[in-house]
Design a protein around this ligand. Structure first.
Ligand code: SAM
Ligand code: DTB
Ligand code: SF4
Length: 327
C-alpha cells in the first residue's frame, strides 16, 4: 500500500520527504479515520514520548493597530473589534509574565507583536527582551512579522531559540484571507530565520472556509520546507466579532483531528502544537488531538488577545489522561 510505504519511509530526520505531495496528503485525508489515527500513533511513538506534552506560554508584547488586513485577526486596524491598542510593553511587565509562566510550568515563552515588520529600533528592544527572558531559563520564541536581512541574525545573537511565522493556509487560498503581503514574503522570512540558525515555528489556521485541498496544500508547504519546522502550530480559527471571518462555518471536529494526524505523519520530529481554539473544544476532542500526535499546547489563561483554557483546567485534564509535561 502506497501510504504505508510513505509513512514507513519518512526519514527520522528533519529532511522533508519528496513523497508528500498534495495528492499524497489527500490520500492520507481519505483514509478511514481509525487507520489514519493508527498510522499517526505509530509515527508518534517512534519519535516521541506519547504521554508527554510540551507547554508554551504566550504574551502579546505589542497589541493591535496592525496595518495588515488578515481576515481572521482581531489586531488588524482594518477591522473594528473593539480591541484596545497598546504600545510595546515595558520590560519589567514582560519579565513578570515570563517568571509566572515559568513558575506555572511552561518551558517556552512566546512573545507576539502586531507588526507588519519590525523597525530597527523595535528590533533592538525585542532583542533585549529575548536576552532577559532567556536568562530566566526559558526557551524563547518571538513572532514579529516579516524580517529584513540581518534581523534574524540579530535575534539569534540575542539568544532567540524560535521564530514563529505562520504560512496560515495554502498558496491558492492565501489571497482570500490576506491581501497586504504575499505568500512568497512569508517564505522569504522563514528562509532568513533558518539561514540565521533559528529554529522555526510555522503552521496555520483551519476553519477559515478553506477546502480540504487547501489544508493539504498548507501541510505540503510545511512538510516540504527544508528542513521542515521544528514546531508546527495548528490553530482552529478563533472567531472574533468584527473580523470578516466571524461567521465562518465550523470545521468538522474529525477533519480537525485528521489535520493534526497528518501534520504528525508528514513531520515526524516536529512538535505539533494544538494551538488556538482549545477554548471551544471539549476535553474528549483535545484528548483525540493528543492521540493523533499533538504534543504541545499554549498554556496560560490568554492567547494573544483571546481567552485560552484556565491553567487549572488544563492541569486537571493532564492528570485525568496521565500526561506529563516535564515540569
Ligand atoms: N504579526 C505577526 C504575524 O502575523 O506574523 C505576529 C502575530 S500574529 C497574531 C501570529 C499568528 O496568530 C498568525 O499568523 C495567525 O496564524 C494566528 N492568529 C491570529 N488571529 C487568529 C485567530 N483569530 N484564530 C487563530 N489564529 C489566529
Ligand atoms: C500561533 O500559531 N498561534 C498563536 C501564536 N502562534 C502567536 C496566536 C493565536 C492568536 C489567537 C487570537 C488572539 O488571541 O489574538
Ligand atoms: Fe497583523 Fe499578524 Fe494580525 Fe496579520 S496576523 S493583522 S500581521 S498581527
Amino acid at each position: 500500500m502506497v501510504i504505508e510505504e510513505l509513512v514507513r519511509s519518512t526519514p527520522a530526520t528533519a529532511a522533508s520527504h519528496p513523497g508528500w505531495t498534495i495528492e499524497g496528503i489527500l490520500e492520507l485525508y481519505a483514509l478511514p479515520f481509525m487507520d489514519l489515527m493508527h498510522q499517526a500513533q505509530r509515527v508518534h511513538r517512534r519519535h516521541h514520548d506519547p504521554n508527554r506534552i510540551q507547554l508554551a506560554s504566550l504574551l502579546s508584547i505589542k497589541t493591535g493597530s496592525c496595518p495588515e488586513d488578515c481576515a481572521y485577526c482581531p489586531q488588524s486596524s482594518r477591522h473594528d473589534t473593539g480591541l484596545e491598542s497598546e504600545n510595546l510593553m515595558p520590560i519589567e511587565e514582560v519579565l513578570a509574565a515570563a517568571r509566572k509562566a515559568k513558575a506555572d510550568g511552561a518551558q517556552r515563552f512566546c512573545m507576539g507583536a502586531a507588526w507588519r515588520s519590525p523597525t530597527a529600533r523595535q528590533l533592538d528592544s525585542v532583542a533585549s527582551l529575548v536576552a532577559e527572558v532567556k536568562a530566566l531559563g526559558l526557551e524563547t520564541c518571538v513572532t514579529l512579522g516579516m524580517l529584513k536581512p540581518g534581523q534574524a541574525e540579530q535575534l539569534h545573537d540575542a539568544g532567540l531559540d524560535y521564530y514563529n511565522h505562520n504560512l496560515d493556509t495554502s498558496p491558492e487560498f492565501y489571497g482570500s484571507i490576506i491581501t497586504t503581503r504575499q505568500y512568497q514574503d512569508r517564505l522569504d522570512t522563514l528562509g532568513r530565520a533558518q539561514a540565521a540558525g533559528l529554529k522555526v515555528c510555522c503552521g496555520g489556521i483551519v476553519g477559515m472556509g478553506e477546502s480540504r485541498r487547501d489544508r493539504a496544500g498548507l501541510i505540503a508547504q510545511l512538510a516540504n520546507l527544508s528542513p521542515y519546522p521544528e514546531s508546527v502550530p495548528i490553530n482552529n480559527l478563533v472567531k472574533v466579532p468584527g473580523t470578516p471571518l466571524d461567521g465562518a462555518p465550523d470545521i468538522d471536529a474529525f477533519e480537525f483531528v485528521r489535520t493534526i494526524a497528518i501534520a504528525r505523519i508528514t513531520m515526524p520530529l516536529a512538535a505539533v502544537r494544538l494551538s488556538a481554539g482549545r477554548e471551544t473544544m471539549d476535553e474528549a476532542l483535545q484528548a483525540l488531538c493528543f492521540l493523533a500526535g499533538a504534543n504541545s499546547i499554549f498554556y496560560g489563561d490568554q492567547l494573544l488577545t483571546t481567552p485560552n483554557p484556565q491553567t487549572g483546567r488544563d492541569a486537571m485534564l493532564f492528570e485525568r489522561l496521565g500526561l506529563n509535561t516535564g515540569a
